[in-house]
Design a protein around this ligand. Structure first.
Ligand code: BJW
Length: 249
């Protein structure tokens, strides 16, 4: 049983616009390793932050492609967890609800969340490195690894945002606006160290929103947040939902 302050439930009861931002921790209970814990087996000797970067792809495109292929296979073998499903339910409780994710695994959508704002793209699709030609499907590896673009023959890469790359303009603009306009802002399962995503919570705080962090571990946001609920999102979110349902009845 997680301790959820009654004042927090009161804030949620009066909110008109709620924003939830999620990070890799929300998928941990589905069996997807978090970004910074992603390395096991053959990949244990690599730093994820070194692989998720254009310079890594320039240096060794095959290595980076195979890393994503491995992570993508993992994602395809798992299912959404109670935290993802609780967010679907929570999404229908307020006049306005925005779900913003840094995750590339598509598990929120698989659970049934709609209009998810994906800040860091998706591991389900690919585009070419040179000209950004989109491929609707993940090109299966053939003799050529990475596969090449059918239009311009440049190397394909996952349709994600690497370090030092710009986030999709529409997604980050919408996320920034939502963070400044909401009454309540959740930061769930993220280490809050990657920008500009990490700035969303501080925007919300500066705009006067109630900021609630859900994470089993401390992050740079913890001491600033209005409420910090220590625990796994797959437990905390369903409990929060149950408590809210009780209050609303
Ligand atoms: C649980 C749990 C459970 C466990 N329940 N919780 C300002 C200041 C400083 C630096 C910068 C800045 N602005 C920009 C930068 C540079 C850089 C950056 O932020 N660097 C920092 C590392 C210092 N940012 C960028 O480069 C961004 N681009 C940009 O700003 O463009 C403009 C620009 C261009 C050129 C030059 C300069 C600026 C792009 C960032 C893209 C990030 N992409 C990645 C990879 C995506 C593809 C992939 O997955 O491979 O996105 S990196 C990685 O980090 C991934 C994640 O989405 C992101 C965040 O990680 P997340 O989700 O928080 O995961 P973890 O593993 O870190 O944490 C998991 C958390 O879960 C932990 O807290 C656990 O405790 C918790 N947890 N179990 C709940 N059951």
């Amino acid at each position: 049983m997680v301790s959820i302050p009654s004042e927090l439930i009161e804030s949620l009861r009066h909110a008109k616009h709620v924003v939830a931002t999620t990070g890799a921790g929300v998928s941990a209970e589905s069996g997807v390793p978090t970004f910074r814990d992603a390395q096991t087996g053959l990949w244990a000797k690599y730093e994820p932050t070194e692989l998720a970067a254009p310079r890594a792809f320039h240096k060794d495109p095959k290595l980076v492609w195979e890393w994503y292929q491995w992570r993508r296979d993992k994602v395809l073998s798992v299912h959404p967890n109670p935290g993802h499903y609780a967010l679907v339910e929570l999404g229908s409780r307020w006049p306005k609800f925005d779900l913003i994710t840094q995750n590339v695994d598509g598990l929120h959508q698989q659970a049934g969340s709609q209009n998810v704002i994906e800040l860091h793209g998706s591991i389900m699709t690919a585009r070419c490195f040179d000209r950004g030609h989109q491929s609707e499907f993940w090109p299966e590896s053939s003799e050529q690894c990475p596969p090449v673009c059918e239009i311009c023959a440049s190397l394909m890469r996952p349709n994600v945002v690497w370090f030092n790359e710009s986030l999709p303009k529409r997604a980050i603009d919408e996320a920034m606006r939502a963070s400044r306009e909401c009454d309540v802002f959740f930061s769930i399962g993220t280490s809050s160290i990657v920008y500009p995503a990490a700035a969303l919570a501080t925007n919300a705080l500066e705009s006067g929103a109630v900021v609630i962090e859900i994470n089993p571990n401390e992050t740079p946001l913890t001491s600033m947040a209005t409420y910090s609920i220590v625990g796994p999102s797959g437990i905390v979110l369903p409990e929060l939902l149950a408590k809210l349902a009780g209050e609303f009845r």
